[in-house]
Design a protein around this ligand. Structure first.
Ligand code: ADP
Length: 306
C-alpha cells in the first residue's frame, strides 16, 4: 500500500491564440477542467499500476471538492483520509495556454494549506500500515515534515519529492528521506549548482546525499534520471526510451507514482531496475496530452514491467 500526503487541486485551462495583456478580455477557443496537484497525480499513477493507495489531503466543502473526491474514487484510491473543510475552497489553478504552448498559471492552494498535524494524527494508523509514503511540498512544510516523521519512525519507506522546491529546506527533510527524488530545476534550487547534464546531476545528487538522504534520484526529462545511494555513492545515469513527446506536463509525477509502486510491491528488484521501469512508464505518459489523462494503466503496458 502506498500512502500519500499531498496536494489536490482543480485546474481550469483556457486555450487561446495569444496570452491577454493586463486589463484585456480576449476570446479563447477551448476551456476544460482537469484534476491535478502533484500528490494526487502521483497517487493516480501508482493506483493505475495496481497499487492500493490512500490520499491524505484536504479539499473544500464545495462542488470542486466533491468532484475531486469522486475522481479519486474512480481511480480506486481510498478517500478515508481525504478531508473536506468549510474554511477554505478546494485548491485551484487558472491556466491560460497560447497557440505556441506558452502559459500563464495562477495556483491558489486553498484547503491544501489547512491540512495540519492533527489531521495526520488521525491518518497515522493508515500511514503506519503503508509500505511507502510519498510527500511533496504543496502542503505546508510543517505538515509534510510531520508525515515523514510518522512514516520514518514506523519503518514505512519514505519517498520525498521536494516540489515545488524551496532553497532553505529544513535539514530534517533530508534525514527523513529514504528516497529523495527531484527534477533538474528543483536540484538547482536546493544545491545552488547548475544542472544541465547527467554529469551535473550526479554532482548535485552527491550534495543532496551528503545532507543525509539514503537514496537520491534526479530526473532529467528525455535523458532519464541519475541515481546514487549511501551504499553506492557513485552517480549512475539511467537513460530512457527515445519517444516523440507531445506533452510532458506531469511526467515527473508519473515517474514518482511508478517508483512508489515498485518500492512497495517489487522490493526484490534493484533500484536501477525500478528506475528503468519508472522511466518507461513516464515516457509512455509524455506521448499523450494532459496530465492524469496521460497516465497509463497496467493493462496498457508490457507484461515484463510487472
Ligand atoms: P518534471 O515533469 O518534474 O519536469 P522530468 O521532465 O525530469 O520531470 O521528467 C520526469 C521523467 O519523465 C524523466 O525522468 C523521464 O523518465 C520521463 N520523461 C520526461 N520527458 C521525457 C521525454 N521527452 N522522453 C522520454 N521520457 C521523458
Amino acid at each position: 500500500k502506498a500512502h500519500l500526503t499531498s496536494h489536490s487541486r482543480m485546474s481550469g485551462s483556457s486555450l487561446t491564440s495569444r496570452l491577454p495583456k493586463t486589463g484585456e478580455t480576449i476570446h479563447g477557443h477551448k476551456f476544460f477542467i482537469g484534476f491535478g496537484g502533484k500528490g494526487a497525480n502521483q497517487c493516480v499513477q501508482a493506483a493505475r499500476l495496481g497499487a492500493k493507495t490512500s490520499m491524505v489531503c484536504k479539499v473544500g466543502k464545495d462542488s470542486f471538492g466533491n468532484d475531486y473526491i469522486e475522481n479519486l474514487k474512480q481511480n480506486d484510491i481510498s478517500t478515508e483520509f481525504t478531508y473536506q473543510t468549510k474554511d477554505a475552497a478546494t485548491g485551484a489553478a487558472s491556466i491560460i495556454v497560447d497557440s505556441e504552448g506558452q502559459n500563464i498559471i495562477v495556483i491558489v492552494a486553498g484547503a491544501n494549506l489547512l491540512l495540519n498535524t492533527e489531521d495526520l494524527r488521525e491518518a497515522a494508523s493508515a500511514i503506519r500500515r503503508a509500505k511507502v509514503m510519498i510527500c511533496q511540498l504543496e502542503v505546508t512544510p510543517a505538515t509534510s515534515l510531520e508525515a515523514l516523521r510518522i512514516a520514518h519512525s514506523n519503518g514505512v519507506k519514505t519517498l520525498f519529492n521536494p516540489a515545488p522546491a524551496i532553497a532553505d529546506l529544513d535539514p530534517e527533510f533530508y534525514t527523513l528521506s529514504d528516497v529523495f527524488c527531484c527534477n533538474e530545476s528543483e536540484a538547482e534550487i536546493l544545491t545552488g549548482l547548475e544542472v544541465g547534464s547527467p554529469t551535473d546531476a550526479g554532482k548535485a545528487a552527491l550534495v543532496l546525499l551528503e545532507r543525509g538522504c539514503q537514496v537520491v534520484i534526479i530526473t532529467l526529462g528525455a535523458e532519464g534520471c541519475v541515481m546514487l545511494s549511501q551504499t553506492e555513492p557513485v552517480p549512475k545515469h539511467i537513460p530512457t526510451e527515445k519517444v516523440k513527446a507531445v506533452d510532458t506536463t506531469g511526467a515527473g509525477d508519473s515517474f514518482v507514482g511508478a517508483l512508489a509502486f515498485y518500492l512497495a510491491y517489487y522490493s526484490h528488484l534493484s533500484l536501477e531496475e525500478m528506475l528503468k521501469r519508472s522511466n518507461f512508464i513516464a515516457a509512455v505518459s509524455v506521448q499523450v496530452t494532459g496530465t492524469q489523462s496521460s497516465y497509463p494503466y497496467k493493462k496498457d503496458l508490457p507484461l515484463d514491467l510487472f
